[in-house]
Design a binder for this molecule. Structure first.
Ligand code: DGJ
Length: 748
């Protein structure tokens, strides 16, 4: 039973094999927090874990409790305004202008499984035995608001899903000015904060800093989760490495504005909160209505960052992502964007697709440019086919692509409109824009007001009509600008603080509608590459275009950084032409694939431009991926060498039964006469021997303890190798090698 309630002590102990989380009802009736970390044995009471001694000059929330101050109390979902001066979890603005509230414990329930929500992404279970859900109801007597805090503890995955729900059971309308999804008050501040930051084309670079007194925070106010800060944070102990030590993960299952922050107070208590960004958020809660926060997934590992990531990979891949593609190896795809941009004809597209069929690609994706009068400055919002490019419509092209033996996929950017479009001319009120203020353009486009269900419906019907009869297997859903001058003409003045959130709910509703209509579809989310790469999107689209940067060396880093918080199957990774269109670098085609294999693999080029020799290489690459994608996309992933801090980078995947593994080793800038390289492998069976590329046999124990050995010339491509004929094979910049390990079982 992963949730135990100790009636006498009024304490809840939530646990699974790996973690424990303990909270209690405080003397003033509010909720306190006693412990979060490695699994501990249950006790009748953990009340001694709460330090109660008051400090001088403290104030007490109740005259009757002179030794109790919220200022020194670790709390579950704190408010601001009485005796706690730290960042609160929520704020309710009341008709008389007061923000003070006092939510006291009312009741709780413990149920098997996890309740479903209709309108927002969330983690789920497939059978009630997988998890237990604790719901604690608290009430504020003055406003009549009821607060329900939900905790789902997964039995087999080291995770707790949390959210909060406010229901106005009073008689006055209220304003929710802040509604974070969770708060955790850790008793100390001995943590390093890890965030995943960047910008367009250099997403999710890990950044680490020690927590200090004060606030450490990341956020997005762009209307999407953004490439600048990813809504995923790790708190780790300073001595935690990839292989050992405690690490706590926090994922916001949401795709809009967010705030994640840790506040260390003067007594070294660390308060972590995560949720919808309170800036520009104000939700009108009329009597009888509820507001449900999005979910945060808390994950914990005592086995280092690789342990944390592996646990997260399982959680996001199997209990957030959904649909028929969730557990299926992803098709090898070919996308025309870097080959043609928006300039193409049906014939030029078929020419590219034909070459794809020849090399064994399984899915052809037609990118931007097929609709309206599409140019860089026009066409978005007009989802009817451009007959000058596709005279036979989407169906005509899809049929021809299908006839080549390929599945057909298509690009859309449903949230956007160009001023030069039929939709904007007919409905200028459909965009987010502030009256009497100028509108900022991004990529020459405006953002449609998806907080208005009529706009969502209009786009849905247009898409369905243009896809009529076409056998579409895949959709790439793009989103290429941030929201500015956010204002909806659909909502009254006193509900403008709801627009950012309602916008994202509109995006989710369109995903739901399209999935209901086309349940077999594989969605790939995209936002100028990885600008909306979050756990919320994964619920609808099991993969996301990782980055617009397709250079192998940059991708090595971006994919390495992404792997901390997201599974390998969740990102699209393509081989593109060289010199690379983003950075101008030329890398070997083998290395481009050796990086892209670790993802949902594909090509982003006109394969007709390759030499015959290169085409033979590509055929072998496609074959390799088809043979090994089950292992790569669904195996256990380990980061081995960090390309942000080394000349080289390395990672590996291991089969669940340890019978097989693939190691990727990558050279960035070559150096000469360097120290010997040992790549310490992980996850192998120490008692088994492994055959490496059918050539060498080495022990699992030595491969992990000593490492894949540089002296082992035949297994090591990144050193100076002397061929038998006496020539020197000097491995150069951007080189790479994959090692395929197969276990040789002993007789026993
Ligand atoms: C941005 C995406 O990231 C690209 O892959 C491509 O689809 C373009 N948009 C098309 O406009």
């Amino acid at each position: 039973m992963p949730v135990i309630f100790h009636e006498g002590a009024k304490e809840f102990h939530l646990f699974n094999q790996t973690l424990s989380y303990v909270l209690n009802v405080l003397p003033n009736g509010q909720l306190g927090q006693l412990y979060y970390g490695k699994r501990i044995r249950d006790r009748a009471s953990f009340s001694y874990l709460m330090e109660t001694s008051c400090r001088p000059i403290s104030s007490w929330p109740m005259k009757e409790l002179p030794n109790f101050s919220l200022e020194f109390t670790r709390q579950e979902y704190p408010s601001f305004g009485t005796t706690d001066f730290r960042q609160p979890a929520f704020e309710i603005n009341q008709p008389n202008g007061s923000h003070i509230s006092n939510f006291v414990y009312l009741s709780h329930s413990i149920t098997a499984g996890k309740p479903d929500w209709a309108h927002m992404p969330h983690s789920y279970v497939e059978s009630p035995e997988e998890a237990q859900t604790l719901e604690i109801v608290l009430a504020d007597a003055v406003t009549g608001v009821e607060l329900t805090l939900s905790y789902t503890v997964f039995e087999q995955i080291s995770a707790i899903a949390r959210s909060a729900k406010f229901t106005n059971k009073g008689t006055d309308p209220l304003r929710l000015e802040r509604a974070m999804s969770l708060c955790v008050d850790f008793p100390d501040d001995d943590f390093e904060w890890m965030q995943f930051s960047g910008a367009w084309a250099r997403e999710r670079a890990p950044k680490v800093r020690k927590l200090e007194m004060g606030v450490t925070a990341i956020e997005s106010m762009r209307g999407h989760s953004s490439s600048h800060e990813n809504p995923f944070v790790i708190l780790k102990r300073p001595n935690t490495t990839e292989a050992s030590g405690d690490a706590y993960g926090f994922h916001f299952v949401y795709s809009g504005n967010f705030l994640a922050q840790a506040e260390v107070d003067t007594f070294n208590v660390t308060r972590f909160t995560m949720g919808i960004n309170p800036r520009q958020f104000s939700w009108k809660l009329t009597p009888g209505e509820s507001f449900q926060t999005p979910e945060v997934l808390m994950t914990f590992s005592p086995d280092g960052l690789n342990g944390l990531s592996q646990n997260i990979h399982t959680l996001l891949r199997t209990r957030v992502a959904r649909g028929p593609w969730r557990d299926q190896p992803r098709p090898v795809l070919l996308n025309n964007w870097e080959a043609t941009g928006m300039e193409f004809t049906e014939e030029s597209i078929l020419n590219i697709a034909r070459k794809g069929a020849e090399v064994g690609v399984e899915l052809f994706v037609l990118d931007d440019g097929w609709f309206g009068h599409r140019t860089e400055f026009s066409g978005l919002g007009d989802w009817y086919v451009d007959k000058s490019k596709l005279p036979n419509g989407v169906k005509g092209l899809a049929d021809k692509v299908n006839a080549l033996g390929l599945k057909f996929g298509i690009w859309i950017e449903p949230e956007m409109v160009n001023e030069d479009s039929d939709l904007y001319r007919a409905h200028p009120e459909y965009v987010l824009a502030t009256p009497q203020r100028s509108m900022s353009l991004g990529r020459s486009q405006l953002v449609l007001d998806f907080s208005n269900p009529e706009v969502v419906d209009c786009i849905y019907h247009q898409l369905v009509e243009s896809f009529e009869g076409a056998n579409i297997s895949y959709i790439k859903w793009d989103m290429n600008r941030s929201i500015t001058e956010c204002y909806s003409r659909h909502w009254p003045a006193d509900q403008q603080g709801e627009v950012y959130h309602r916008y994202i709910l509109g995006v989710y509703s369109l995903y739901e509608k399209l999935l209901a209509k086309y349940p077999h579809l594989l969605f790939e989310s995209c936002s100028s590459g990885g600008c909306r790469f979050d756990a919320g999107m994964l619920y609808y689209a099991p993969q996301a275009w990782c980055s617009d940067d397709t250079d192998a060396m940059q991708r090595l880093r971006i994919q390495y950084g992404s792997s901390y918080g997201y599974p390998i199957s969740s990102w699209g990774a393509h081989v593109s032409e060289c010199p690379n269109q983003q950075v101008g670098r030329s890398t070997p085609i083998e290395t481009r694939a050796n990086v892209a294999f670790f993802g949902a693999f594909g090509y982003e080029m006109d394969l007709n431009e390759l030499t015959d020799e290169e085409i033979e290489v590509v055929k072998r690459q496609v074959q390799f991926m088809k043979e090994h994608r089950q292992l790569i996309q669904f195996g256990t992933f380990y980061r081995l060498m960090n390309p942000y801090t080394n000349d080289k980078g390395a990672w590996m995947v291991v089969a669940p039964d340890q019978s097989e593994a693939i190691v990727g080793l990558y050279q960035q800038m070559n150096q000469v006469n360097t120290g010997f390289l040992q790549v310490h492998l992980q996850g192998l069976n120490p008692d088994w021997d492994y055959e490496i590329d059918g050539k060498l046999v080495r022990g699992g124990d030595e491969l992990m303890s000593f490492g894949l050995m540089p002296q082992d010339a035949s297994a090591h491509p990144l050193a100076m190798l002397f061929d038998p004929d006496g020539s020197i094979d000097l491995m150069g910049d951007y080189d790479s090698k994959l090692y395929h390990l197969k276990a040789i079982h002993h007789g026993s």
